[in-house]
Design a protein around this ligand. Structure first.
Ligand code: HEM
Length: 513
């Protein structure tokens, strides 16, 4: 062997004999292959930690679609996935693979970032597009940024929010009377339709300076806003939960496709009515609405229509359902109702905070227990139970855990909100979880009923004002009771979370005021 190994280089042994050269060549190839395999597997390990989840086995796509096929059970399935799979997991819905972020730390990395690559919406919003067009919820990039800035400045600034108090008082008082009439017999009744009409009224007044009746008169009585939006919801929920129906050629064969055409026509009427100038009636003062401000900012008529439809659809039903769930939880917890009522009484009896029974903006900040109850009810029963992004910039969660560009990333809000690490005894209604100290001790990304970060709900402060002022007026006048049991109510994933059957209340006039 001696003479053949006489020439050595730093890279290895240079052979003179042919056989030796061949053998060593094989060895070299072998080692190179091992090295390549090792480094690529290392590379894979550093960049693609295996993400667990119900969709990670080879039949995942089928089992996940089947698991969600029964709408009565789907919200519970979401919750059980969140409880089982930890801070991140994959769900596989046919052509769509979705990474679910299920820990405040990971959620903060995406929602807390201002990177425009994290602000785009994913496949689940496709059914909304024909209805809401390219309004704020669906738009992205510079268009979204500009419209968001204009709407924040004109519709949701502190100064503008203050002006909504008069509508909240006026409409609130009107609906207290309607509630009194509905429940006068002492029988159990539903209240959801009244809440929907009330929030529709306050949102249209704020956004367009018009009442619902005025909007309808502009459309020559052809418009039923509630029906239009309810049918729209049915269409969106049907498509969103059946990935096949997201394919346009299949959707066109579905019976609801024809209904969608009618809903689109009706929405066009609604958008047009929202943007019409108010009739001049001597002595009548209108709110300005967003039209003039958006026009002045250079938004074209089509843009004003799409933003009007978006604000109305996004704002009224979410808020009505959130009040509905709050009333349910207060009816189930008379002890908290009573604490709220004491607090409300002291506000109503203060002539500065509530002159002539009209709640002032700063009165709302005194309703501390009420606000904790609102936050706790949004934790337990978050109306918007799901939202999603499609990322255009890689998202580094850990050194070895990176979500690539193009990944669909979703948030299952109720599952996150029931993590015992952040909310011990998560099924219980404990408003004290939202005391100032408790809030400070927890990541703000552990409570996301309005999402979070730059694309957080633009109307959340307005929604809080509506919820607080309405429930304060209600508890001042009435006592809420129910024979419902929370764990027996089936909630459906109808775009927003809705009870399968109407929730019944007994709302009695208060005797000890
Ligand atoms: C309790 C009531 C409400 C809840 C729970 C709620 C929840 C949410 C959530 C979770 C998002 C984020 C959705 C996503 O990222 O896809 C959102 C966005 C939005 N919400 Fe709300 N919302 C409420 C009330 C309102 C109100 C009163 C308005 C307006 C009048 C409104 C208008 C909007 C708009 C325009 C967006 C899109 C913001 C953007 O993408 O920049 N919402 N809302």
């Amino acid at each position: 062997m001696g003479p053949n190994y006489s020439h050595q280089t730093c890279l290895g042994v240079y052979q003179v004999g042919t056989l030796a050269t061949f053998q060593n060549g094989l060895l070299l190839i072998f080692f190179a292959t091992v090295l390549l395999f090792y480094t690529t597997s290392l590379f894979r390990k550093t960049n693609k930690r295996k993400i667990p989840g119900p969709g990670s086995h080879f039949l995942g796509c089928l089992t996940n679609i089947l698991a969600l096929s029964d709408k009565r059970k789907s919200l519970k399935v979401f919750e059980s996935w969140c409880a089982t799979y930890g801070p991140i997991f994959n769900v596989n819905l046919g052509p769509y693979k979705i990474a679910i972020l299920n820990s405040p730390e990971y959620i903060q990395k995406l929602l807390g970032s201002t990177d425009m690559g994290y602000l785009g919406k994913g496949f689940a919003y496709k059914p909304l597009k024909p209805l809401w067009q390219d309004g704020l919820i669906l738009s992205k990039g510079e268009k979204w940024k500009f419209r968001r800035r204009v709407l924040e400045k004109h519709m949701f600034s502190f100064k503008t929010l203050l002006t909504y108090m008069s509508t909240l008082n006026e409409e609130g008082d009107k609906y207290m009377l309607k509630i009194g009439e509905r429940f006068a017999s002492g029988k159990e009744e539903e209240v959801e339709d009244l809440l929907m009409n009330y929030t529709l009224e306050v949102v249209t007044s704020a956004a367009f300076g018009k009442s619902v009746a005025e909007m309808d008169s502009f459309a020559n009585g052809e418009l039923n806003i509630t029906d239009t939006i309810n049918r729209g919801k049915e269409i969106v929920a049907t498509r969103a939960f059946n990935p096949c129906l997201l394919l346009d050629f299949i959707w066109r064969l579905h019976p609801l496709y024809k209904v969608e055409r009618i809903v689109i026509q009706s929405l066009k009427l609604m958008g047009a009515a929202a943007t019409m100038d108010n009739r001049v009636i001597p002595g009548k003062k209108y709110r300005a609405g967003i039209k003039d401000d958006l026009t002045a900012a250079g938004v074209p008529v089509d843009g004003i229509i799409e933003e009007s439809l978006t604000l109305m659809s996004a704002g009224y039903e979410t808020t009505a359902s959130s009040i509905h769930f709050l009333l349910l939880l207060l009816a189930l917890h008379p002890e908290h109702q009573e604490i709220c009522r004491n607090e409300i009484d002291s506000v109503f009896e203060d002539v500065d905070l509530c002159p002539s029974g009209q709640l002032q903006f700063r009165a709302l900040s005194k309703l501390k227990h009420m606000e904790m109850c609102v936050n706790e009810s949004l934790r337990l029963l978050p109306t918007v139970f799901f939202f999603e992004r499609k990322i255009d910039t890689p998202l580094v969660l850990e050194e070895d855990l990176v979500l690539e560009t193009g990944t669909e990333v979703a948030f299952l809000v109720q599952g996150l909100h029931k993590n015992p690490k952040y909310y011990p005894d998560p099924e219980k209604f404990i408003p004290g979880r939202f005391s100032e100290e408790e809030i400070k001790s927890r990541s703000q990304f552990a409570h996301i009923p309005f999402a979070a970060g730059p694309r957080k709900c633009i109307g959340y402060k307005f929604a809080m004002m509506i919820m607080l002022s309405f429930s304060a007026k209600l508890l001042r006048e009435y006592v809420l009771e129910t024979t419902e049991k929370l764990d027996e109510i089936v909630f459906l994933p109808n775009v927003t979370m809705s009870p399968e059957t109407p929730i019944k209340f007994r709302i009695k006039k208060r005797l000890n005021k």
